[in-house]
Design a protein around this ligand. Structure first.
Ligand SMILES: NC(=O)c1ccc[n+]([C@@H]2O[C@H](COP(=O)([O-])OP(=O)(O)OC[C@H]3O[C@@H](n4cnc5c(N)ncnc54)[C@H](OP(=O)(O)O)[C@@H]3O)[C@@H](O)[C@H]2O)c1
Length: 245
């Protein structure tokens, strides 16, 4: 389990979920390293409170090695921007980038790797409509390959498969399923960021794959729901939730 005063990497910190993660982790005692491919965005990430920013393209394994250097935890929030590659495939950061990062993390003896995947991937296929699966088929396969590589890597890991992501305010009520065919629906990125942030500090989350939606966003009847004692306090989330009520 990760402990105090460590350095964490947010790969994809410039993305919508990555920024939410940055805002959760920034006030903690962790040293937060953020990544983007763009020098212009690097300045914005500094302004948002990243302690360190690395400009990196994770299609390049050397960039992954440079980004992970000295890190204890890796949060991987990489994703492919909207476009035909979700159907047609080719080189996808969801596969190549995530695997380059996991490989670099093995070399750096990273303690915990948190991967953002999606409901619809692998055993969670039933949680996504057929139309969605067809439209995202290449990405879903790429994410399946990244999940498999991470499980085989020997790293401590937590894989999160969220439902459809929204930019709504956090609800603080996340329904967690396990085993693939469990929950479906939607979830605010801010709720995803909170459980992602807590995972490396939560021993019960180690080496597990969770499907997650918000209680408000639940579609259908959930099965295989699990209770996970997230260490929210370690990342300051409990306090924030109380303030919001
Ligand atoms: N949208 C949904 O409903 C949904 C549902 C379930 C799961 N997901 C998954 O959740 C994740 C996060 O989604 P999001 O919408 O928050 O992401 P997003 O806003 O699209 O952000 C994607 C991030 O990936 C980075 N990136 C892309 N290619 C890269 C490369 N070659 N090298 C380095 N960085 C690269 C981007 O960085 P720069 O552009 O700054 O370089 C950006 O920070 C994705 O994996 C997505 O598939 C999405």
């Amino acid at each position: 389990m990760a402990s105090t005063g460590e350095r964490v990497l947010i790969a994809g910190a410039s993305g919508d979920t990555g920024r939410e993660l940055l805002s959760v982790l920034r006030p903690t005692d962790l040293t937060v390293r953020a990544t983007t491919r763009s020098y212009a965005t690097a300045d914005a990430l500094k302004r948002l409170g990243a302690d360190e920013v690395v400009v990196a393209d994770f299609f390049e394994s050397a960039d992954a090695v440079r980004a992970v250097e000295g890190c204890d935890v890796v949060y991987c929030a990489l994703g492919t921007s909207p476009g035909p590659r979700h159907v047609l495939g080719g080189r996808l950061v969801d596969r190549t980038g995530a695997i380059n990062l996991a490989t670099a993390a093995v070399g750096e003896s990273v303690d915990h790797f948190v991967l953002l995947s999606a409901i619809g991937v692998g055993t969670s296929k039933a949680g996504m409509s057929l139309a969605g699966r067809l439209l995202l088929r290449a990405t879903l396969r790429a994410k399946r390959d990244a999940e498999t590589a991470l499980r085989r890597s020997g790293l401590g890991y937590t894989i999160f498969r969220p439902g459809r992501l929204t930019n709504a305010t956090p609800t603080g009520e996340v329904v967690v399923g396990e085993g693939g065919d469990s929950v479906s629906g939607s979830i605010p990125r801010a709720d995803v960021a909170r459980v992602m942030a807590a995972a490396p500090f939560t021993p019960e989350a180690r080496n597990r794959t969770f499907e997650i939606v918000s209680r408000d966003g639940l579609a259908g009847t959930p099965t295989n729901v699990v209770e996970v004692p997230w260490e929210f306090e370690r990342v300051g989330v409990e306090h924030e939730r109380e303030v919001r009520r």
